[in-house]
Design a protein around this ligand. Structure first.
Ligand SMILES: Cc1cc2nc3c(=O)[nH]c(=O)nc-3n(C[C@H](O)[C@H](O)[C@H](O)COP(=O)(O)O)c2cc1C
Length: 178
């Protein structure tokens, strides 16, 4: 059984990115999916002074361990003003202080979605460029625009063309795990 970690890079209670990451991870047969809630990893805002004074919080260590225990990761990014949500960036910064290669060479499918017409394409592009430097083995990526019109948790992607593009990226990722 493949241990998959699904992460919505948002701290919204009803995060559409958490739903999309979990949906995508669940498509893999013979896998056990663990979906993380970023609210369980809330920490003070990163600062070098805070790190010198009190060290790295336990939540960052738990996040690092969750990555370590997984075989592969599906992450979907909320886009806030063209970038990561503050909640995710804080978690990323703290965890990178344990090991800059925090993604530990795990195969990753990078996703993003938003209610808007670009679906978080800007934050996704940024992650595609920087994650390899953070130890990620990026296998595929996909941004889903107009989430509320184009996606249903029960039926998946409702637009055939978008679905085709998504399936292509998803298959690249799934093939990597066989
Ligand atoms: C502060 C803030 C900034 C946002 N900036 C963007 C943006 O740059 N691009 C975008 O597509 N949506 C943007 N949105 C809308 C988010 O895509 C939307 O809130 C989405 O539901 C976030 O994903 P989540 O539900 O997983 O948290 C923004 C929302 C907030 C609250």
């Amino acid at each position: 059984m493949t241990q998959l970690l699904a992460i919505g890079a948002s701290n919204s209670k009803n995060s559409i990115n958490k739903a999309f990451a979990a949906y995508s991870a669940r498509q893999l047969p013979e896998s056990i999916v663990t979906t993380l809630d970023l609210n369980d990893f809330e920490m003070p805002l990163y600062s070098v002074d805070r790190e010198s004074a009190t060290g790295i919080p336990a939540q960052a260590k738990l996040f690092f361990e969750a990555i370590q225990k997984s075989d592969a990761i599906v992450i979907s990014f909320a886009e806030h003003n063209g970038s990561y949500s503050a909640a995710f960036k804080n978690l990323l910064d703290w965890t990178s202080r344990i090991d800059q290669k925090l993604w530990q060479n795990k195969p990753m499918l990078l996703l993003a979605t938003s209610p808007g017409g670009r679906g978080g394409a800007t934050v996704l592009e940024s992650a595609k460029q920087t994650f390899p430097h953070l130890g990620a083995k990026v296998i595929g990526s996909f941004a889903l625009p107009s989430y509320y019109e184009k996606f249903s948790v029960e039926k998946g992607l409702l637009d055939p063309q978008l679905n085709e593009s998504f399936q292509k990226e998803w298959k690249l990722f799934a093939d990597q795990l066989n």
